[in-house]
Design a protein around this ligand. Structure first.
Ligand SMILES: C[S@@+](CC[C@H](N)C(=O)[O-])C[C@H]1O[C@@H](n2cnc3c(N)ncnc32)[C@H](O)[C@@H]1O
Length: 346
């Protein structure tokens, strides 16, 4: 916990533009407090719904973060009475059918992208994921398959060879990094995030990939020069306020999945200003019309696809399409896009 306190302390001293926007301000203290009493071994069990806000949501049935107890109970009763009668699902689907279809979709997308097959990799079981299942002797969760699908899309336009440097902002759980490293073990990855999610992500990836694969935040926290801490082929953890260190650092791919949308446009613009000159490609997966916004909650100003495209003015849009998970279209917040941009060579 000492390291979390140190991260929180450094973050509190960072300039305003690196503080969370309204959307995330509603979560950050709750997450930090929950971490302090949580059993990390149960991270993915569904016991801590607040961790679902940044990816640790691996329950088959989603009760929703913050849902009142009596609604949860009612849903549970309804599920017990009706949904366990599997024939009530369309076309007599069973849970195992949905999982198998999602897996088969991953097999095909992997072939299309010419990347390592889903059959050759599996999820870590650290954190006791409640949605764990096995296919052909390998372990998966739907989240693992979902993050694999993102790589399949991206790889068709990124053509990763496996020795590139990737910067991910808002890594959340770290599931994307886990998949990327399991497909391309030689990648050098730099993760940046708010302190509490970063702390849990670091715990998770240390177990999922191994301690020897990690350059943790206790080593990076006071660095003023990336060359002093970057180790080729490893995963590095940084507080989000350290993003300016990237200004002169050569990056092959900048990756942001469902994080920019939860920030304000000027925050996003600021982050992009540190990578625009020195990055070859950008992958974004975001809410197409922006995240929820109301008078008192959500983002103050939603960012849409055309805003991102305008911000990436020195980049050429290579491909954009609706985003899909392994088993369904990403339809929350009015739908998501996934897209890849390449730097225009001058
Ligand atoms: C919905 S989660 C997405 C996590 C992961 N990329 C995924 O696709 O599941 C949003 C992430 O954005 C991060 N985030 C939100 N506001 C941020 C800010 N101002 N600066 C840096 N990261 C931020 C959160 O900490 C969280 O990890």
């Amino acid at each position: 916990m000492q390291n979390l306190d140190r991260l929180l302390d450094e973050y509190s001293k960072a300039p305003e533009i690196f503080q969370a926007g309204r959307y995330w301000k509603a979560y950050e203290d709750k997450i930090a407090n929950e971490i302090k009493s949580a059993d990390i071994d149960q991270l993915r069990s569904g016991k801590y719904p607040i961790f679902g806000t940044f990816g640790f949501c691996e329950s088959v049935y989603n009760y929703g973060v913050g849902m009142p107890f009596h609604v949860k109970l009612l849903k549970k009763v309804i599920r017990k009475l009706f949904v366990t009668n599997k024939a009530t699902l369309p076309y007599s689907l069973r849970l195992s059918d949905i999982r198998e279809m999602a897996y088969n979709y991953c097999l095909l997308q992997g072939q299309l992208a010419g990347t390592k097959s889903i059959a050759e990799i599996e999820t870590s079981t650290f954190g006791n994921p409640s949605d764990l299942f096995e296919i052909n002797g390998k372990k998966y969760t739907m989240q693992f398959l979902n993050f694999y699908i993102r790589v399949c899309f991206a790889q068709q336009y990124l053509n990763l060879k496996g020795d590139e440097t990737i910067v991910e902002l808002g890594s959340g759980s770290g599931f994307q990094v886990e998949i990327l490293k399991k497909i391309y073990p030689g990648l050098t990855i730099l993760c940046f995030d708010l302190p509490a999610p970063l702390f849990l992500c670091e715990q998770y990836l240390s177990k999922a990939l191994g301690e020897n694969m990690m350059v943790k935040s206790d080593r990076t926290i006071h660095t003023t020069d990336l060359d002093n801490v970057i180790e080729k082929g490893k995963v590095h953890m940084f507080g989000n306020w350290m993003f300016p260190l990237l200004k002169t650092f050569k990056i092959d791919v900048f990756w942001n999945g469902a994080s920019f949308g939860e920030m304000e446009p000027e925050i996003v613009k600021n982050y992009l200003s540190y990578i625009k000159e020195n990055c070859q490609s950008v992958f974004l997966l975001q809410a197409r019309h922006g995240k929820e916004s109301s008078k008192n909650s959500g983002v103050v100003k939603p960012i849409t696809f055309s805003d991102y495209n305008a911000m990436l003015d020195r980049f050429k849009l290579i491909k954009e399409s609706d985003a899909f998970e392994a088993n369904r279209r990403m339809s929350q917040s009015g739908g998501y896009f996934q897209a890849v941009w390449h730097k225009i060579q001058s």
